[in-house]
Design a binder for this molecule. Structure first.
Ligand code: 13P
Length: 257
């Protein structure tokens, strides 16, 4: 059984002070549960979040990174810089990076190799746009994105790998993939991982669902055996709603396991 992970992507929200205030409210709301929890704050709030989360079991990660350890790349953050702060995870290839900041399948691959080499736990985001889904190209897009991301990576190296399936049409839109759509996409992703890294690695890889996850839809999503957790945007910004998502997931996971 894969251990679920509930992750919050704060995107370009929250100052260091606001981040610390979130943890002051969030940590006491967590009761005993079986979950791994990770939060991805803005780069400028990483230090405050790591400090505020210390002593809890909440992991903190970067939302993006360059693949090199250092260099003349104005505005970028390196894996060694994330590590030095105490970050343990990193998001790679989020659709907003692909859409607005020229992230390509090639840079996703470079970043994934670098994260693994630097012992950061990578959460690689894949997902189709509405156009591609409506043209019947969901499977082709997912397979293509995964094949490119995993190029040159061995099953052994990919041991910590986490994938987030985020259909672009469901992000920030209030449209949630049905559990059937999500389960089907997760199945496609798992088969593609198996093709590149073998069935054993595919069976052990956590695949999160992301796209308008809220307290009222988490239980249904988590009841699906193919869904190993969630990557939550908007609903992770408020401590109460994110804690409700963790608790909803824990209940559904308890029923599933
Ligand atoms: P929303 O939960 O706001 O739809 O965002 C999803 C997302 O992009 C998480 O990375």
């Amino acid at each position: 059984m894969r251990k679920p992970l509930i992750a919050g992507n704060w995107k370009m929200y929250k100052t260091p002070q606001e981040s610390a205030a979130f943890f002051n409210e969030f940590v006491p709301l967590l009761q005993h549960h079986k979950h791994d929890i990770a939060i991805f704050p803005a780069t400028t709030s990483l230090a405050a979040a790591i400090d505020a989360a210390s002593g809890s079991h909440i992991a903190i990660g970067g939302q993006n990174m360059h693949w090199l350890a250092e260099g003349a790349y104005t505005g970028e953050t390196s894996p060694t810089m994330l590590k030095a702060l105490g970050a343990t995870h990193v998001l790679i290839g989020h659709s907003e990076r692909r859409q607005y900041f020229n992230e390509t399948d090639e840079t996703v691959n470079l970043k994934l190799k670098s994260a693994l080499a630097h012992k950061l736990i990578p959460v690689v985001c894949v997902g189709e746009t509405r156009d591609k889904r409506e043209s019947g190209l969901t499977e082709a897009v997912l397979n293509w994105q995964l094949a490119a991301a995993l190029n040159g990576i061995s099953a052994e190296q990919a041991e910590p790998l986490i994938i987030a399936y985020e259909p672009v049409w469901a992000i920030g839109t209030g449209l949630v993939a049905t559990t059937e759509q999500a389960a089907e996409a997760h199945g496609i992703i798992r088969r593609e991982i198996a093709k590149h890294l073998g069935q054993h690695r595919a069976d052990g890889t956590r695949i999160l669902y992301g796209g308008s996850v809220k307290p009222d839809n988490i239980a249904k999503l988590m009841a699906e055996p193919e869904i190993d957790g969630a990557l939550v945007g908007g609903a992770s910004l408020a401590a109460k709603s994110f804690a409700e998502i963790v608790h909803g997931s824990a209940r559904a996971y308890g029923e599933k396991s």
